[in-house]
Design a protein around this ligand. Structure first.
Ligand code: SF4
Ligand code: SF4
Length: 344
């Protein structure tokens, strides 16, 4: 049965959960909105939060992460694995689009190569979703089959119903958590009706639409249409923001920091939009900007669907909101020629 909690009791709720988990919640303390460790009192994010600038992937694939330390022995290197941080974490307020992004990232990180750094954090994390009541103009999640209150990818889903949040228990882990949480009330029929209304209202507020029908095949047919891609890439300045802050992008670089005979190996976010991308192990096969823009678009809408049968975009709109030159992925996708040019 669904539960509810009074809004004035949210700080209490997070305090109780902090006894069992490292609780992360929306924060602007470092200047941009991100999921950060909750400070034990501040719930003002309930007033300002629409979505974070830094996507929640940062809690699983940090912008920079130490992989291991090493020390040179007589003639070999001694490897010291990272200390295991087995602490459970709970992300409070993740938006449905970003929860879907985590499910999309899982496909890569638990594919042929199982990434232990990412997967151990994923296994230890509960996702408590917060339905979006006020989507941005740049959001187009509904075109990707995700509603602003989609609950498929979270453990618990909260929806704003006035003085209260309506709480849906989605997974066994979510149910277990509410069973152990005091202060929750059973929701009644009126609450259910309120939640339904709030969800419908939010759904209708997502006005930006993208027709994804046949997009994979159109991209496949237009792959070699240099003229189209040059035009599509014309105003991009290769800053990388749209990939670094995309919740489904996962490129990383690996560096060793060495001082005398000891050091550490780090991995850090990278972007296929950079001209220096992959220069270290080889040459960047995408020297021209249009090839890099094509890669970014096709990776999400052509290659990922070919590999995992899902579009690797959630319509979160960050790449549109945050681009310094107003490059718009929906406009590019809308203008992909229906058929390859003759001779291509
Ligand atoms: S954010 Fe805009 S300018 Fe920067 S790489 Fe992406 S499309 Fe290009
Ligand atoms: S491509 Fe843009 S809209 Fe799609 S998930 Fe990435 S940042 Fe969000």
């Amino acid at each position: 049965m669904a539960k509810k909690i009074s809004k004035k009791d949210i700080a209490q709720l997070l305090k109780a959960w902090s006894q069992q988990f490292a609780v992360l919640a929306p924060s602007r303390k470092r200047g941009v909105a991100e999921m950060a460790e909750w400070d034990g009192k501040d719930v003002s994010f309930l007033d300002w939060y629409r979505n974070t600038v830094v996507p929640p992937k940062a809690s699983f694939l940090p912008p920079m992460e130490e992989m291991f330390r090493f020390q040179k022995d007589k003639d070999n290197y001694k490897i010291e694995p990272p200390s295991k941080n087995g602490q459970k974490q709970l992300i409070f307020g993740i938006r449905p689009c970003d929860a879907r992004a985590m499910a999309i990232l899982d496909m890569t990180f638990e594919d042929a190569y199982q990434d232990p750094y990412y997967l151990s954090k994923r296994k230890n994390t509960l996702l408590v979703g917060l339905s979006c009541a006020n989507p941005c103009e740049s959001c187009f999640c509904t075109s990707l089959g995700i509603s602003p209150s989609e609950s498929a990818d979270v453990d618990l889903m909260l929806t704003n119903i006035g003085d209260h949040f309506f709480i849906e228990e989605i997974t066994a882990k979510g149910k277990e958590l509410t069973a152990k949480t005091s202060g929750l009330k059973d929701a009644n029929k009126d609450d259910e009706a309120e939640a339904r209304k709030a969800k419908e209202t939010a759904y209708n507020k997502v006005t930006r639409k993208l027709d994804t029908e046949g997009i994979k095949d159109k991209l496949l047919a237009s792959f070699d249409d240099e003229g189209f891609w040059e035009k599509a890439a014309a105003k991009c300045v290769s800053c990388g923001i749209c990939t670094l802050l995309c919740p489904t992008c996962y490129c990383f670089d690996i560096n060793d920091e060495l001082v005398k005979d000891e050091g550490a190996r780090f991995r850090s976010w990278d972007s296929c939009g950079f001209s220096l991308y992959t220069r270290m192990p080889m040459e960047n096969p995408r020297k021209e900007k249009w090839r890099r823009v094509r890669q970014k678009v096709c990776h999400k809408f052509e290659f990922y669907p070919m590999t995992f049968d899902i579009i690797a975009c959630t319509g979160c709109g960050r790449c549109i909101r945050l681009c310094p030159v107003n490059w718009d992925i929906t406009k590019v996708l809308e203008s992909v020629p229906a058929k390859a040019k003759a001779g291509k």
